[in-house]
Design a protein around this ligand. Structure first.
Ligand SMILES: *Cc1c(COP(=O)(O)O)cnc(C)c1O
Length: 433
C-alpha cells in the first residue's frame, strides 16, 4: 500500500507518480525535487466537495488552507475545483490575489494581523475576516470605516475541546494563543462589542481544534459547543449567525499504523450532529464550512532526493544521507513527524532492515525519518519520501544557505515546473552588497 492512489510501481520496478517515472523526473529536474500529483490534489478537492454535498442538506463550502501549500498554481487548482481558501498572512492573501482567486471566497485568519495586512486584505476584496481578539476587532472596524466598507467577520473561538495530537498543533483548548474562550464568557463579550460597531458584521462562528486528528468525537463536541454559542448569540444579542466554520484538522496516513477515518464517515457524523443540534436549538441549518489543508495536498506530494552516502555504525544504526533535509522538510525536527520512504529505483524490493534518513544540514537533529524499512541503499539511488505535499514547501527555509528545491506538477501525461529551483544568486539577492 503506497499511501495514495497516484503511487505505483512500474514493470521495471521504479516508483511511478501518476503516469510519470520518479527516477526520470529526478534526472530531468535534479534533486531535491518536490513533486505534486495535481490529479491527486484535484481528486482530494472533489472528494471533499462531493462528500459535503452528499451528506449535508444545507449550504456548504470547503476552503483550502493555503498554508499547507501556497503557490500560484495550487491556488488556481483549488479555485478551479470550486474551493474557497483560507489565508493567514498578507503574503498568502497576495498570492491568492495574484493567482486570480475569487477573493470573496477567502477567509483571512491569523492571531496578529498587522494594520498593513488588514488594509491589503480589504483592498483585495477578501470576503471574511476571522477576527482573533479585541484589539484586532477595533483595528478591523477602524480600517473598514476609513475605507467606507462594512467588513464581514467571524470570531475565532476556542471551544475548549481537547484532541489527541501533537502539543504544537493543538489549538482548541483554553491555553492557546488563538482566539477567544467560550467558557470564560470572553466569546460572548467580544460578540457584544462587535454588535455595537458600525463597520463590521458578524456572519458566523469559527473554530479550529487542531491538526492531524483521527477521532471524530472532538469535532462533534466542538459542534455542540459552537452551536450552543450560536443559539446564545441569538437569544442574548439578537444576533443571527449563518456560517459554522469548523476549521481543518482531518488526519491523513503517514505511517502503516495510522488509521484515519474515512472522509465520508467523518463528514456524515459531523453533518448529522449539526442537523440534530440545529433542530434541538431551533436554529436554521447553518452554512457548514471546513478548511482542510493536509487532506487536500498531503498525499499528493513526494520529495525526491539523491543518496550521497550510507554510513553503518555497527550495532547502532545505518544513516542514509540525502541531498536535502530540514531546510526542505522541517517536520521531523519540529514535531518528530513520520514519513514513509522508498528507493525509487527499486520501489518494489523487500526491505533489508531499517535505516535513519539524514539530511545534509549542520544539525544532528536534521533527520527526515527514523527506523524506515528500506532495501539496501547506495550512493546515487533516488530516495522518495512520500506524503510530503502539506507543510513541506510551505515551511521550507534556506538554512545553511540551501536553495529551495523546484516543484513540478503532474497532470495526466503533462508535467510543469510550478516553482523554479532557487539559485545561489537568489540566496544573496536580498543582501545589500
Ligand atoms: C492550519 C489550519 C487549517 C488547516 O489544517 P489541516 O490540519 O492542514 O487541515 C485550517 N484552518 C486553520 C484556522 C488553521 O490554522
Amino acid at each position: 500500500m503506497l499511501y495514495a492512489e497516484c503511487l505505483s510501481v512500474s514493470a521495471d520496478n521504479h516508483l511511478m507518480i501518476g503516469s510519470h517515472d520518479a527516477v526520470a523526473l529526478a534526472k530531468e529536474y535534479g534533486t531535491p525535487l518536490y513533486v505534486l500529483d495535481e490529479d491527486q490534489m484535484r481528486r482530494n478537492c472533489r472528494e471533499y466537495r462531493q462528500t459535503l454535498a452528499d451528506c449535508y442538506a444545507g449550504e456548504s463550502m470547503a476552503l483550502f488552507a493555503s498554508k499547507a501549500l501556497c503557490t500560484l498554481h495550487t491556488a488556481r487548482v483549488a479555485a478551479e475545483e470550486g474551493l474557497g481558501a483560507d489565508a493567514v498572512s498578507g503574503g498568502e492573501v497576495y498570492t491568492l490575489l495574484k493567482a486570480g482567486f475569487p477573493m470573496e471566497k477567502v477567509f483571512f485568519h491569523g492571531n496578529c494581523k498587522t494594520p498593513e495586512e488588514i488594509a491589503l486584505a480589504m483592498d483585495a476584496g477578501v470576503g471574511f475576516f476571522v477576527v482573533d481578539n479585541r484589539e484586532e476587532l477595533d483595528r478591523v472596524n477602524a480600517i473598514a470605516g476609513e475605507k467606507g466598507v462594512v467588513q464581514k467577520i467571524l470570531f475565532r473561538v476556542k471551544p475548549g475541546v481537547d484532541c489527541h495530537t501533537h502539543e504544537y498543533i493543538k489549538t482548541g483548548q483554553i491555553d492557546s494563543k488563538f482566539g477567544v474562550a467560550l467558557e470564560t464568557g470572553e466569546a460572548l463579550e467580544i460578540h457584544r462589542r462587535a454588535a455595537g460597531l458600525p463597520n463590521v458584521r458578524v456572519e458566523g462562528v469559527h473554530c479550529h481544534i487542531g491538526s492531524q486528528i483521527f477521532e471524530i468525537e472532538p469535532f462533534c463536541e466542538a459542534i455542540h459547543r459552537m452551536m450552543a454559542l450560536m443559539a446564545e448569540l441569538r437569544d442574548s444579542l439578537g444576533m443571527r449567525t449563518r456560517i459554522l466554520n469548523l476549521g481543518g484538522g482531518f488526519g491523513i496516513r503517514y505511517d502503516a499504523k495510522d488509521d484515519p477515518p474515512l472522509l465520508a464517515d467523518y463528514i456524515r457524523r459531523v453533518a448529522d450532529t449539526v442537523k440534530s443540534e440545529a433542530e434541538r436549538l431551533a436554529l436554521p441549518l447553518p452554512c457548514l464550512m471546513f478548511e482542510p489543508g493536509r487532506a487536500i495536498v498531503g498525499n499528493a506530494g513526494v520529495t525526491l532526493y539523491t543518496v550521497g552516502s550510507v554510513k553503518t555504525i555497527p550495532g547502532i544504526r545505518t544513516y542514509v544521507a540525502v541531498d536535502g533535509g530540514m531546510a526542505d522538510n522541517p517536520r521531523y525536527i519540529l514535531y518528530g513527524a513520520k514519513h514513509p520512504a522508498l528507493i525509487a529505483d527499486r520501489a518494489g524490493d523487500a526491505p533489508e532492515g531499517s535505516v535513519t534518513i539524514a539530511g545534509k544540514c549542520c544539525e544532528s537533529g536534521d533527520l527526515i525519518a527514523e527506523d524506515v524499512p528500506l532495501p539496501r541503499a547506495k550512493a546515487g539511488d533516488i530516495l522518495a519520501v512520500l506524503v510530503t505535499g502539506a507543510y513541506h514547501y510551505s515551511m521550507a527555509s534556506n538554512y545553511n544557505r540551501l536553495p529551495r528545491p523546484a516543484m513540478v506538477a503532474l497532470r495526466g501525461n503533462e508535467k510543469k515546473v510550478i516553482v523554479r529551483r532557487e539559485t545561489y544568486d537568489d540566496l544573496i539577492s536580498h543582501d545589500v552588497p
